[in-house]
Design a protein around this ligand. Structure first.
Ligand SMILES: C[S@@+](CC[C@H](N)C(=O)[O-])C[C@H]1O[C@@H](n2cnc3c(N)ncnc32)[C@H](O)[C@@H]1O
Length: 427
């Protein structure tokens, strides 16, 4: 570790500044870690700061505000990030004040903000002395700050789930998620993987309802875990794995917005017929192909617009549309997302979701099934597009619960962080 971890703090501040400038947190962190040349401990600490300060951002800002003469938003982004991350270390990690203040001050120098050293030092000293300020009396505002979520989202969830339901969801979003893997059943077994992890001291546990999932108590760079190079597993959350396990056997499986191919590759492990993934983004298709090579699986990937699929990717008996969505179901893993979204979110994306779902239905052979999923539980992107298709006619809703189903809604199931509906083509 660098002197008191100041290099990790400087790298984490750069990540936060990139996220504020519009980059996604996982990619910004990956880039920073590749450049920074940190040791294993510093990499872990940098990851903790980058994720923790995004997870708790508004509460950290609330704690900093009384000690600033001008708005936090007017500060240099790197200085703002160092202050937020210093406050996170003081109030959420409970690190000693002298260590946090000194190394945050050093980190300001390392990121080229040497002139702000005295300011960083003074503000963090005051945060350490005063601690968390009182929460407001307004119920929604208090929940929004206590669990560091935007107010509009808390209002939405209190309206839909009631105060207790909303608080349970907010609390769950703030927990640090487990790392969940999907084992490549073509290359390894549960027993072999459990012993490989045990041999390196990584605690791994089975996941009820999913035969090929392992939940690990591990952080840092997943590429250093046993079995990565051998293609024994891929990172995939419980809800996402459950979507894949709900899909029936097919002569031709098509995923029409496959992203980096995780769900398509899961089918390449499960299916014996043709497996095809299509995505609009050629970079994601390239990443999917890289993963395919690492896992040693048979699938074809194609860059195309799934709203007007080419003829040679039609007539599939199982079609999956894991549609682009708000990703508000996975805030545990992607805390930066909540700060990018707004209440206007749903109307624009809803039209694309319905269009993609109609196209997926056209690509489905008679008697086949379309699985629609999103990593969101918001009605506009779950129930609404499914009801649109049902109203068009020609499809019926399956009532068979998928693995890990938590709740049955009026048009599909809620899984951990996800929604799934299966539509069988009857005409
Ligand atoms: C939620 S992601 C899919 C994630 C993927 N199923 C996985 O598990 O890794 C949605 C994807 O939809 C793609 N997309 C958006 N519009 C599209 C379109 N018109 N045609 C094809 N893909 C599209 C995006 O590029 C994005 O990769």
């Amino acid at each position: 570790m660098s002197r008191q971890g100041s290099s990790a703090r400087a790298a984490a501040a750069r990540v936060a500044a990139s996220v504020e400038a519009g980059q996604h947190l996982p990619q910004a962190l990956d880039r920073a870690l590749r450049r920074a040349g940190l040791d294993t401990r510093d990499r872990g600490f940098c990851t903790e700061l980058a994720y923790g300060s995004e997870r708790w951002r508004s509460l950290l800002d609330h704690s900093l505000k009384p000690h600033l003469r001008r708005p936090l938003g007017d500060l240099d982004p790197l200085v703002r990030a160092i202050l937020r991350q210093g406050t996170y270390q003081l109030l959420k990690l409970g690190l000693p004040a002298y260590a946090v203040v000194d190394s945050s001050t050093d980190a300001a120098g390392e990121v080229g903000a040497g002139r702000a050293r005295g300011f960083v030092n003074a503000v963090l000293r005051r945060v350490a002395e005063r601690g968390l300020p009182d929460l407001p009396t307004d119920q929604v505002e208090a929940l929004a700050l206590q669990y560091a979520h935007p107010r509009w989202l808390v209002e939405r969830w209190v309206g839909r789930l009631g105060r207790d339901g909303a608080e349970a969801l907010l609390r769950r979003n703030q927990e640090v998620p487990r790392l969940v893997l999907r084992l490549n059943r073509r290359r390894t077994t549960l027993e072999a993987s459990l012993s490989a992890f045990a041999a390196t001291g990584v605690v791994a546990a089975e996941v009820p309802g999913l035969s090929y999932a392992l939940a690990l108590q591990a952080g840092g760079d997943v590429r250093s875990l046993p079995g990565y190079g051998e293609g024994h597993w891929q990172v995939q959350d419980v809800g996402a794995q459950a979507v894949g396990e709900a899909i029936g056997q097919a002569e031709f499986f098509l995923e029409s917005a496959c992203g980096r191919g995780t769900k398509t590759l899961q089918q390449a492990e499960r299916q014996s017929g043709r497996v095809t993934g299509v995505d609009l983004d050629p970079d994601r298709i390239r990443e999917a192909e890289q993963e395919q090579r690492r896992l040693g699986l048979l699938a074809e990937f194609l860059a195309a617009d799934a709203r007007s699929l080419p003829d040679n990717v039609s007539g599939a008996d199982q079609v999956l549309l894991d549609a682009p969505c708000s990703t508000l179901g996975v805030l545990q893993r992607r805390p930066d997302v909540k700060w990018r979204r707004g209440p206007e979110e749903f109307s624009a994306r809803g039209a694309l979701q319905a269009e993609l779902l109609r196209a997926a239905c056209r690509a489905c052979a008679p008697g086949g099934t379309v699985t629609y999923s999103v990593c969101s539980q918001e009605p506009e992107e779950t129930i609404v597009p499914v009801k649109t298709i049902l109203a068009d006619g020609g499809f019926v809703l399956s009532e068979t619960p998928p693995p890990c189903a938590e709740t049955l809604t009026e048009a599909g199931f809620l899984l951990p962080g996800m929604f799934l509906a299966q539509l069988r083509r009857i005409a």
